[in-house]
Design a protein around this ligand. Sequence first.
Ligand SMILES: [Zn+2]
Ligand SMILES: [Zn+2]
Length: 301
Amino acid sequence: MKVSILGCYSATPRTITNPTSQVLEINNQMYLIDCGEGTQVQLRKHKIKFSRINQIFISHLHGDHFFGLIGLISTFSLLNRPNDLHIYGPKGIKDIILLQIKLSKSYTKYNLFFHELESNESELIFEDDKIAVYTIPLKHRVYTNGFLFKEKPGLRRINIDAATEKNIDVCYFNKLKQGSDLKQEDGTVIENETVTFDPLPTQSYAFCSDTVYNEEIIPLIENVDVLYHESTFLEQDIEKCIPTGHSTAIQAATIAKKANVKNLILGHYSTRYSDIDLFKKEADTVFESTFLADDGLVFKF
Ligand SMILES: [Zn+2]
Ligand SMILES: [Zn+2]
């Protein structure tokens, strides 16, 4: 699992920082999460192939999380993208994008699908044979969702030595990988576990931005491998959290601890602070495995 941070600062783009966008690579698939202004430039800097992005997840309709979307959609078209593009985001996202496409007469040559979200309960919004994506309802100034990416268990793995010893023909390997026992011609049964290993462990990633401190998300993100949680403010500015719908580093770390996650990545820092190390310092007092996102960083887990 790889998380490329394209941008992780709140509010306006600056020469030195970018608004929220990141690419999650899991199981050889890439998912773009949020698309702040400048995302396509950041994708190029990271040398991420545009053609590998087929799903985009937008948390909410504040500009610092989706103003890059129309630019990216338009560039995909100029590059003669063949693949379909699926966009998951709050209700209204389709109107916003289609109005721009219509008035600029820049209809895409590829198929563009919108999956508009309006539920306040967590729901399964995307799934294939490798991964399932659920919403994480968040509390912010506008309708907002985080996203939980959960790998599905893979197939069992053949124990070649044991299989050879028992003279199992390769044509039965697929059946074994799916977990079946093997009945031999003489009637004896080879139990699956004696010739296979468990599937590789699965991984999970939860993206939670933007939100106030909200313990209701804990059951949804319990035990995830990596939690990205916004931390817009330091403790000295905690009184700004409720009116703006944001969290502090300590609040993010408290959620991480209570949800028993393995790793926490902080981000969405207010640009009022010049030293983001202070976010880690504060979070470390509550949760030990904390990392600081920064534009251009790549995390591998
Ligand atoms: Zn934001
Ligand atoms: Zn916001």
